[in-house]
Design a protein around this ligand. Structure first.
Ligand code: XMP
Length: 515
């Protein structure tokens, strides 16, 4: 295992993912983790992440100085390198020229950490401070025009620092550098594989659950589906999957999901029909947040009633993923007060969230995984691509894509328009070019003409976006022909819609959903 001490970098998770790509397990830990705690975790090496502070600022986050006595290889990245230098007796000062963006690396020592990294490689820089004096026994491995100490090492103690960010994709040879650290400096073995994870997770679930029963709320997304497969493999019919049909899913999806699980995967699913109940909750509701709250609340009601009816259960399975459990990077410091403030802003809008006082114990076998790793696990367990690579779909579903009041009639209109979108992006082969692609129904009406008739009906908005993680997004430059086909079909086939418009707003300032 490689331990990453997080000093508040936006890239700490990315470092963990890059290391895991080399088939070595890694975890992001708070920079406050002590040397003693690290010793218990028994890592093969440590990475000190970047961070938004200056090492010489008051209240700058520092690591336990005893980690230098652990005898472990350490790689400091950006702030992490500066901290290493400062703690070991070197000097860090504000740079004359701050360096942001790409820089060309000139390699002075092509061995050790920089084996297989080419001189002239482009590396991603983002720093206003620089190392101006190395600690004893350190040498320069590489420099750039503006940064004399771009990569440094104390070969004997396997301590390394890089001013650039090897973890970002723009850094050429960044992955080679990470591999060098992981395999040569830390002498790790490639043990973090999907098969090894699955085997271990099944063993752990069996040991933990024993002959008790587990309840799982299945949504049809990749996380809960993977969880269902994994648990079914571990405990068979002692797993009960409950699918609550709120009535806000896409056309045909509830039926398809239940059929797939029962008939193809032979995992039985309790299909709870609750459409009327949810719709009644939204009667007269216009405000998006009230919609979410009402749906979330109703979900819990139904879930509790059904679990009582089907139970008793000892365990509740949850698809918690690693980004949800990472010790948060609370390392930014308010210069006025010295108080630490969270730098990570992550809105969590899962309506499937269950209250803490439910009387179940939790089973969370995916809690060590990133999303891309869940996909790999799902695939290796036999989950079909249509689930593994499904676009994200919000918990409140179509209810937050109907602007204004949600009624049965409006749900039907949107479901039909959305169906056309889905059919056409599948048919055209563009499905995987989009992060999400969907329709939104507006409550206003506009004038149109069909045949010799004047129409006065609703517009549908097409929202096709590209994104890496849903936190930021750009509107997709979808082919005109595809848009044209979709527009024609919607206006002709979906009663109540006479106009189709395309949303060309990025996020920020827009959000992906309209509500
Ligand atoms: P926004 O609209 O915030 O969406 O840019 C970012 C991502 O989150 C999804 N989303 C939700 N998911 N419950 C969910 O489970 C919600 O209430 C919710 N609202 C937005 C959205 O589809 C996108 O992937």
């Amino acid at each position: 295992m490689i331990a990453i001490l997080d000093f508040g970098s936006q890239y700490s998770e990315l470092i963990a993912r890059r290391i895991r790509e080399t088939q070595v397990y890694s975890e992001v830990l708070s920079y406050r983790t002590t040397a003693e705690q690290l010793k218990q975790l028994n890592p093969k090496g440590i990475i000190l992440s970047g961070g938004p502070n200056s090492v010489y600022a008051d209240h700058a986050p520092v690591c336990d100085p005893k980690i230098w006595d652990l005898g472990l290889p350490v790689l400091g990245v950006c702030y992490g390198m500066q901290l290493m230098v400062q703690q070991l007796g070197g000097r860090v000062e504000p740079s004359k020229t701050a360096e942001y963006g790409k820089a060309s690396l000139v390699i002075d020592d092509p061995t050790d950490l920089l084996t297989n990294v080419e001189s002239g490689a482009t590396m991603w820089m983002s720093h206003g401070d620089s190392v101006t004096q190395l600690p004893d026994d350190f040498v320069v491995l590489a420099h750039t025009t503006n940064t004399p100490c771009a990569a440094i090492a104390n070969h004997q103690h396997r301590l390394y620092g890089v001013q650039f960010h090897p973890e970002v994709v723009h850094s050429e040879g960044g992955q080679a550098l990470i591999r060098n650290f992981v395999y040569h400096s830390c002498e790790c073995e490639p043990t973090w594989t999907t098969d090894a994870f699955v085997e271990e997770a099944i063993r752990e679930v069996k040991a933990r659950v024993g002959d008790k029963r587990v309840l799982l709320a299945l949504s049809g997304g990749v996380d809960s589906s993977t969880l269902a497969f994994l648990l079914h493999k571990a405990i068979g019919d002692r797993l009960t999957c409950m699918f609550i049909d709120q009535g806000f899913m896409r056309k045909g999806e509830p039926e398809r999901l239940v059929k797939l699980f029962q008939e193809q995967f032979h995992i039985s699913v309790v299909h709870v029909q609750a459409r009327e109940r949810f719709l009644a909750q939204l009667d007269g509701v216009m405000d998006p947040e009230v919609k979410r709250k009402r749906i979330g609340h109703e979900f819990i009601q139904v879930f509790e009633e059904e679990s009582r009816r089907l139970g008793p259960f000892d365990y509740l399975a949850q698809g918690t993923l690693y980004p949800d459990v990472i010790e948060s990077a609370d390392t930014n410091v308010d210069p006025a007060t010295g108080e630490r403030v969270a730098v990570k802003i992550k809105s969590h809008h899962n309506v499937g969230g269950l209250p803490k006082d439910l009387r179940f114990k939790l089973v969370e076998p995916l809690r060590k995984l990133f999303k891309d790793e869940v996909r790999k696990v799902g695939r290796s367990l036999g989950l079909p691509e249509e689930i593994v690579n499904r676009h994200p779909f919000p918990g409140p579903g179509l209810a937050i894509r109907i602007i204004g009041e949600v009624t049965a009639e409006r749900l039907n209109i949107l479901r039909d328009a959305d169906w056309v979108v889905r059919q056409e992006i599948n048919r055209s082969g563009y499905y995987h070019d989009f992060w999400q692609a969907f329709a939104v129904l507006l409550p206003i009406r506009s004038v149109g003409v069909m045949g010799d008739q004047r129409t006065y009906a609703h517009p549908v908005v097409l929202r096709f976006i590209s994104s890496e993680d849903g936190m930021t997004a750009d509107w997709s430059r979808a082919p005109y022909e595809l848009l044209e086909t979709i527009s024609n079909r919607i206006v002709n086939e979906v009663k109540g819609v006479n106009r189709v418009v395309y949303d060309i707003t990025s996020k920020p300032p827009g959000t992906i959903e309209w509500e």
